[in-house]
Ligand binder design. Sequence first.
Ligand SMILES: *[C@@H]1O[C@H](CO)[C@@H](O)[C@H](O)[C@H]1NC(C)=O
Ligand SMILES: *[C@@H]1O[C@H](CO)[C@@H](O)[C@H](O)[C@H]1NC(C)=O
Ligand SMILES: *[C@@H]1O[C@H](CO)[C@@H](O)[C@H](O)[C@H]1NC(C)=O
Ligand SMILES: *[C@@H]1O[C@H](CO)[C@@H](O)[C@H](O)[C@H]1NC(C)=O
Ligand SMILES: *[C@@H]1O[C@H](CO)[C@@H](O)[C@H](O)[C@H]1NC(C)=O
Ligand SMILES: *[C@@H]1O[C@H](CO)[C@@H](O)[C@H](O)[C@H]1NC(C)=O
Ligand SMILES: *[C@@H]1O[C@H](CO)[C@@H](O)[C@H](O)[C@H]1NC(C)=O
Ligand SMILES: *[C@@H]1O[C@H](CO)[C@@H](O)[C@H](O)[C@H]1NC(C)=O
Ligand SMILES: *[C@@H]1O[C@H](CO)[C@@H](O)[C@H](O)[C@H]1NC(C)=O
Length: 795
Amino acid sequence: MYKLYVIISFCIFCAVSAQDITTHCDRQEKCNDCISQPGCVWCDKPNINIHCKLESTIRKSTWCIGYNITNPKRSVTVEKNDKLNSGRDGKAVQITPQVIKIRTRRGEETTITFQYAKAANYPIDLYYVMDLSASMKKHKKRLAELGEQLAEVMKNITSNFRLGFGSFVDKTRMPFTNTAPKNFASPCTGCVPTYSYKNHLSLTEDYKQFAMRVAEATVSGNMDAPEGGFDALMQAIVCKKQIGWRENATHLIVYSSDAEFHVAGDGKLAGVIEPNDGTCHMVNDEYIGALDFDYPSVSQLNQVAKENNVNIIFAVEGRFYGAYQSLQQNFENSGVGVLDSQSSNVVKLVIDNYKKIAAAVRIADNATSSIEIKYKSTCKNSIGNGCLNLKLDEIVNFTAIVKPLECLPGSNIHKIQIKPEGVNEALIVEVEVVCSCDCGNLTSSLKCNIHGDEVCGVCECHQGYFGRTCECDAETATTTDDLNCRKDPKLPEICSGFGSCKCGKCVCDERPGDQMIYGKFCECDNFSCERINGEVCNGPDHGKCSCGNCTCLPGWKGNACNCRDTTATCMGPTSNGKICSGHGNCICGECQCIADENKYSGRYCEECASCPGKWCEELQECVECQAYQTGFDKETCLGNCTEFKTILTEVIDVDVNDENTKICTVIDSVGCTITFTYSFLDEQRVKVSALKKKVDCPVPIDPLGKIIIIERRKNVAAYLYFFVYFEVYIFIVIGSIVLGGLILLVIWKIVTHIHDGREYARFLSDAQESKWNREENPIFRPAESTFQNPAFKSS
Ligand SMILES: *[C@@H]1O[C@H](CO)[C@@H](O)[C@H](O)[C@H]1NC(C)=O
Ligand SMILES: *[C@@H]1O[C@H](CO)[C@@H](O)[C@H](O)[C@H]1NC(C)=O
Ligand SMILES: *[C@@H]1O[C@H](CO)[C@@H](O)[C@H](O)[C@H]1NC(C)=O
Ligand SMILES: *[C@@H]1O[C@H](CO)[C@@H](O)[C@H](O)[C@H]1NC(C)=O
Ligand SMILES: *[C@@H]1O[C@H](CO)[C@@H](O)[C@H](O)[C@H]1NC(C)=O
Ligand SMILES: *[C@@H]1O[C@H](CO)[C@@H](O)[C@H](O)[C@H]1NC(C)=O
Ligand SMILES: *[C@@H]1O[C@H](CO)[C@@H](O)[C@H](O)[C@H]1NC(C)=O
Ligand SMILES: *[C@@H]1O[C@H](CO)[C@@H](O)[C@H](O)[C@H]1NC(C)=O
Ligand SMILES: *[C@@H]1O[C@H](CO)[C@@H](O)[C@H](O)[C@H]1NC(C)=O
C-alpha cells in the first residue's frame, strides 16, 4: 500500500512536470505550427495521439519508427568573405564577411561572427576654424607653416587628405564690436574690419594653398572677451557645399581660439533675438546671417554635428581649457587640447584627437521587429553594440546573436544590413526562417473523408469540418461531454468553460472585438495579460499577449513590455561609454545610481558634488594667498591652508590624457585671472601648482574718464572703460537737462511775477475809480408776508 502510494505520487509529479515543458509542443496539431515552436519536432505517422513533441523528450527508439521526423536543422553559410584590407594597397575593406545566409527556426538563436577594422587609408577632410582676433596673430603665423606639416603627418594615416581654412571674430554690433566708424574700419592697428565668419579656403588637396591663405588672412578685432565661434561652427558644419565636405570621408573640424565663446542668448545684448535656424547663410564665402540670428546653442551644434558626421577638436589656450573641456563633453565625437604659446603642437593635438575619435565604432542594423539581433564584441572598452578606444588597424571581433521572433504569414526570408555607423560598408545577413514543413500534401484525401488535406500524416480539415479524419460537420454536430475536452479529467469543466465540445474537440467561444480564445482546451486567450494604461502588454507596438503572458517585441521587456531592453538610454555623452557612468545600474532603461560615500546623481549618475573635479573653487582661496599673497591675510593663510603647499611654475603643462590632473582657471579676489592645476595623490593629499604669472588684471580706472581709445582688449577692463567713457556723456546730458529746466523755471517765474504785478495795479486803480451807493435793489422783496386766518376771532 505504501509502495503504491509512493509510485502514484511520483508518477503524478512526473506527468505534471513533463506536461509543463511539453505543452507548447503538444498543443500543436499541424506540422507548420509545430515547427514554428522552438524545439518541437513533428512525426508524420498517422493515427498517433501526439504528433508534436519537444525534441529533448522523445525516445527515438520507440517514437515514430518507420516514419519521417520533421526537424529542420539550422545552417549558416558564408557567401562572400573578402579579407579585411587597410586600403594601403587596393580597395579598403573594413568589415568581413560581407554576406551570410542563415536558415533557422523561430526562437532559435544563431551566433554569427564578423570582424571590423577601421581602414587606415580612409579619406579625411579637415577644416580649420580659427579665431582671428588680434591676439591670435602669433598662432596664425605658425599655422601657415603647419599646414604642410599636418598634411605630411596625415599621409601616414591616409593617402586621401583634404584641408580647408576659415576664420571668425564676432557679431558686428555693440557691445561685441565697437561700431564707431573709426574703430569699426580698423579695430586695431593693421586690422581689417570685424566680421562674423569667413571661409578662406574650401577643402582641397593643395596644401600650399592652405599656407598661402592662412598667411593672407588678416587679423581683426572686437571689443568683448568672448568670441562668436559658435556662429562659425554652425556654418562650417551645415554649409556642406561651400566647405566641400565629401560624403565618404571622416569629417574633422579643428576649432582654435584663445578666448571663451558666446552662447545662445548672448545675441540679445546686441538686439539679435531670432534663434539660430541651423541652416547655411553664406554668400561669397562670408556668413551673412550674423545680425539676423542669435548664436546657436550647444545642443543645436551637437545635433547638426551628429547628423553630418562631423567631429570637432577644440584647440585652445590653457587658461580656457576648463571651459572648453566642459563644452566638449556635450559633443559626442569630439576632443579638446591645449594650444601652446606658438601653436606648435597643433599637429600632435589633431593627430591625437583624431585617433581618439576614430577609435570608436557603433554597429547598427535595419532588422524589423520580427528579428532580434544582439551584439557583443571582443574589445576592451565595449559599449554593447560598439567599442571605444580602438587602435588603428585593430581588428574587433563582433558576434551577433540573431533570433527570429515570429513566423510571418507571407515570406519568411529577411535581408538585414549590419553596418558600423558612418561607414559605407556592411554585412548582409539573409535569414530564412523555416516556418513550414515539406512533407507532402494530399489534397481532399480519402483518409480525411474528402473534407480535408492529408498533410504530414494528419488531416487538415477544410472550413466547417473537424475531427481526426474530418468526420465532424460543425453545423450538425451536437455538443457532447467528452474526456478529450477536459483539461483535467477530474474537473467537470468542459473546454475550460470557454467553449463547447463537439466531436471530441473544443470549439472555443467567439469574443467581441479583437479578443480571441484558443488552445486545445480553450485555456488560452490574448487579452488577459498585464496592462499598461489600459493597453494589453503596453500596446501592440511593445508586445503581444499570448496565453496570459506578454511576448515582448525586440527592444522591450518586463511583464507588461514596459521596460526598454537597452542600456543605450543609460549612457550619456558624459558617461565615457560606461553604463550609468559606472556609478549605477540600468533598470528599465533608466539609471539608478548606487549610493556610496560619493553621492552620484543625475540622469546618467554623472554628477558628483563631493568628487574631485569640482575643487577649483574650494582650493582657490588657499592657492591665492599662498601663491600671490592676496585674499586671506597671512595668519588665516597659515592657519587654514594646511592641506597643501602651492608650487609656483612658469608654464602649465598637462598631458591631455592625464585625467587625474585638473586645470582650474578662476578670477581671484582682486580681479586677476589665475591658473593652477591640482591632482589628488591619495585620499588626503593634493598636489597644487600655480602659474607664476597672473593675467588680465584690471587696470586702475582714471576717474576723469579721458576719452580712451578702446583697443582690442580681452578683459573686463574694456567694458569698464567703455562705461566710464559713457558715464561722462551721461553726466553731461543729464546736467544740461537739469540746467535747462532751471533756467526755464526762472524765466517763467519772472514773467508771471511781472504779469501779476500789472494785474494787481490795475485792480487797485479800478477799485479807486468805482463809486459805491447804498440803494436797495428794485426787485428785492423783504422776506415777510402777512396772512389773515379767516377762522380767527379776536376776542
Ligand atoms: C521521408 O521523407 C522522404 C522525403 O520527403 C520520402 O522520400 C520518404 O519516403 C519518407 N519516408 C517515409 C517512411 O515516409
Ligand atoms: C609615419 O609613420 C612612420 C612609422 O610609424 C614613422 O617612422 C614616420 O616618422 C611617420 N611620418 C610622419 C611624417 O610622421
Ligand atoms: C560613397 O560610397 C558609396 C559606397 O561605396 C558609393 O556608392 C557612393 O557613390 C560614394 N559617394 C561619393 C560621393 O563618393
Ligand atoms: C577574432 O577572430 C579570429 C578568427 O575569426 C581569431 O583568429 C582571433 O583570435 C579573434 N580575436 C579575438 C580578439 O578574439
Ligand atoms: C536592409 O538594408 C538592405 C540593404 O540596404 C536592404 O536590402 C534590406 O531590404 C533592408 N532590410 C529591411 C528590413 O529594411
Ligand atoms: C495543401 O494543398 C492545398 C491545395 O493546394 C492548400 O490549400 C493547402 O494550404 C496545403 N496545405 C499545406 C499545409 O501546405
Ligand atoms: C488577438 O488575436 C486576434 C487574432 O490573431 C487578433 O486579431 C487580435 O488583434 C488579438 N488581440 C490582441 C489584444 O492582441
Ligand atoms: C507565464 O509566466 C509565468 C510567470 O513567469 C509562468 O509561471 C507561466 O508558466 C507562464 N505561462 C505561460 C503560458 O507561458
Ligand atoms: C579658518 O578656520 C577656522 C576654523 O576651522 C574657521 O572658523 C574660519 O572661518 C576659517 N577662516 C576662513 C576665512 O575661512
